[in-house]
Design a protein around this ligand. Structure first.
Ligand code: KIV
Length: 249
């Protein structure tokens, strides 16, 4: 049985599916212990952790290194990883990257954009393919709402249906109107996981650094529930003060 079939059950029961990006072992342990359903090594690893200007600069070896660290921190959650842009040019490269990520511990890989042939090929392997439509950071430069008019909304719904038919086990919908996301969720059997797509998706995903407030910039669709940047800064400042004054700890 597919590991992702559990998410279809949650969808049928109307129970929201929780997903968070994750890039390291300690954060994976926290997320796993808190019951996050899908722990996702997104290619935002490149900008949030490795200091690149763009996620498309991420190399497969770098993704694999972090996937292995996250895998070590998980005992129950589903582990999903982004297929890096640099490994997504053609089918043999994609299949080889997906297999390497599987060996590192992933249950599924996420592929951005409308590429049914990739889903058909991946569906025959042991790695479960997840789709990502709407705003796709690997393919569209600036974050902006997608599928705003009825023609592009119609096209998005059709593409989601086609990717489900091609073997996608779930679909991430980023920055699309709630009404369109609701239509997609209704028409598909596989779960839809939204970010900036309203609450009618079957689940939600957020970027870990946004959620805990490690980033100083805040995207419009980011949910911030903590201010880790402020807390870390004051801890480091306090430490520095104590060391300078030769105070005891
Ligand atoms: O890499 C990432 O963080 C993502 C999420 C925004 C879904 O793809």
């Amino acid at each position: 049985m597919k590991r992702s079939s559990n998410f279809r059950v949650l969808k049928q029961k109307g129970i929201g599916i929780s997903m968070l990006t994750c890039y390291d072992y300690p954060s994976a342990k926290i997320q796993d212990a808190c019951g996050i359903d899908i722990i996702f090594v997104g290619d935002s690893l490149a900008t949030n952790v490795l200091g690149y200007d763009h996620q498309n600069d991420l190399r497969l070896e770098e993704m694999r290194h972090h996937v292995r660290a996250v895998a070590r921190g998980i005992s129950r959650a589903y582990l999903l990883a982004d297929l890096p842009y640099l490994s997504s040019s053609d089918l043999p490269t994609i299949l080889s990257a997906a297999e390497q990520l599987r060996l590192d511990g992933v249950d599924g890989v996420k592929v951005e954009g409308f590429r049914p042939e990739v889903f058909e090929a991946l569906a025959k392997t042991e790695v479960e393919p997840w789709a990502h439509l709407g705003f796709t950071p690997q393919l569209i430069k600036e974050p902006a709402m997608q599928a705003k008019d009825s023609a592009s909304a119609e096209q998005l719904v059709k593409e989601c249906q086609a990717l489900e038919a091609a073997g996608a086990v779930g679909i991430i919908l980023e920055l699309i109107p709630e009404s369109v996301a609701g239509r997609v969720a209704k028409t598909l059997e596989i779960p839809t996981i939204g970010i900036g797509a309203g609450s009618s998706c079957d689940g939600q995903v957020q970027v870990w650094h946004d959620l805990i407030g490690l980033e100083t910039h805040v995207y419009r669709h980011a949910v911030r529930l903590c201010d880790a940047h402020k807390k870390q800064t004051s801890a480091v400042e306090a430490y520095k003060r104590k060391v300078v004054k030769k105070e005891e700890f």
